[in-house]
Design a protein around this ligand. Structure first.
Ligand SMILES: Nc1ncnc2c1ncn2[C@@H]1O[C@H](COP(=O)(O)OP(=O)(O)OP(=O)(O)O)[C@@H](O)[C@H]1O
Ligand SMILES: [Mg+2]
Length: 279
């Protein structure tokens, strides 16, 4: 796993600064295009926090240091509380009253010593609707009543309604923004970073005949194919490796990579050399 963005670093620093604070805590908002590694980086932050927590407080049972939820589509306050309750393993029924459910969830998180709350797909909160505003208020209630660091992640949040209106301004005033982007390939440094990523993924391959460095040599081609999207690169190498296993060659060659059909975004930006020269 390649350490990506300053998200993990900023997140870790934030957690330390927030420790023991009920008031004045700050959160982190990770925003970017699909496949740029938002979910991966926040779950990595969660893993680190959990490991660190267990190292600092060994042997304490019934602790839930990290909570991770995905914002449900068309979220309302109760749906958010139910997601948290499910993660915590609480017995819930749809007949439960929304307010008592959120009180129970907050109480359990306090008792379980939850110190990090990760909320993914936050762009699903539509702050232009009543339901979305109520759901945002619900999150703010948890923010205020659980002394944890809150981390939100979502698609291109600058373009969403998350920062609009009074609630949006409140979020903007409390959260530090981090943007995830595709890898560039226009400077020596950017190329070096891209090669590092390719090398890490290549290193994790378990193909009997793969010659180390073969993928690194194809780094410019891999960038052209994927547009520098970490998710597309992951997919490309994963599928090519599977094909190399299926056809018995046990090493990734350019035809394996050429044969992989990538996502629409990667396909749209890719210009094979032949097509480029015809323009
Ligand atoms: N640092 C990394 N090192 C290696 N692989 C990574 C890294 N970050 C992300 N990936 C891979 O890239 C893929 C996409 O990442 P991820 O799901 O985190 O993107 P996302 O920004 O959350 O996308 P979406 O908005 O569609 O949910 C995943 O398959 C993941 O394994
Ligand atoms: Mg994601």
């Amino acid at each position: 796993m390649v350490p990506r963005f300053d998200g993990i670093h900023t997140g870790s620093k934030l957690i330390v600064n927030n420790r023991g604070k009920q008031l004045g805590r700050r959160g982190l908002i990770v925003s970017g295009a699909s496949g740029t590694g938002k979910s991966t980086s926040i779950t990595q932050l969660g893993k680190r926090f959990q490991i660190e927590f267990e190292r600092r407080h060994p042997g304490i049972p019934d602790r839930i240091p990290v909570v991770y939820i995905v914002t449900p589509p068309d979220a309302n306050p109760k749906a958010l509380a139910m997601e948290l309750a499910r993660f915590l393993g609480l017995p819930i029924s749809s007949a439960d009253n929304s307010q008592s459910l959120s009180h129970t969830v907050a109480a359990v998180m306090r008792r379980a010593g939850t110190g990090l709350v990760l909320v993914d797909e936050i762009h699903r909160l539509d702050l232009t609707t009543r339901k979305g505003k109520d759901a945002s208020d619900q999150l703010k209630y948890f923010f205020d009543t659980i002394s944890a660091t809150f981390v939100y992640a979502g698609l291109d949040l600058d373009e969403s309604s998350l920062f609009s209106g009074v609630r949006g301004r409140q979020i903007a005033g409390r959260f530090i923004p981090i943007n995830t982007r595709s890898f560039a390939h226009n400077t020596v440094e950017a190329k070096r970073d891209w090669i590092k990523l390719v090398a890490t993924m290549e290193h994790s391959l378990r193909l009997h005949k793969h010659v180390p460095g073969a993928l690194v040599e194809l780094a410019p081609y891999l960038h052209a194919r994927t547009g520098g999207m970490i998710g597309s690169l992951d997919q490309l190498i994963y599928e090519a490796a599977n094909d190399a296993i299926a056809d018995g060659t046990e090493k990734i060659s350019k035809p394996h990579l050429e044969a992989v059909i990538l996502d629409i975004a990667a396909n749209n930006q890719y210009e094979p050399p032949g097509r480029r020269s015809r323009r």
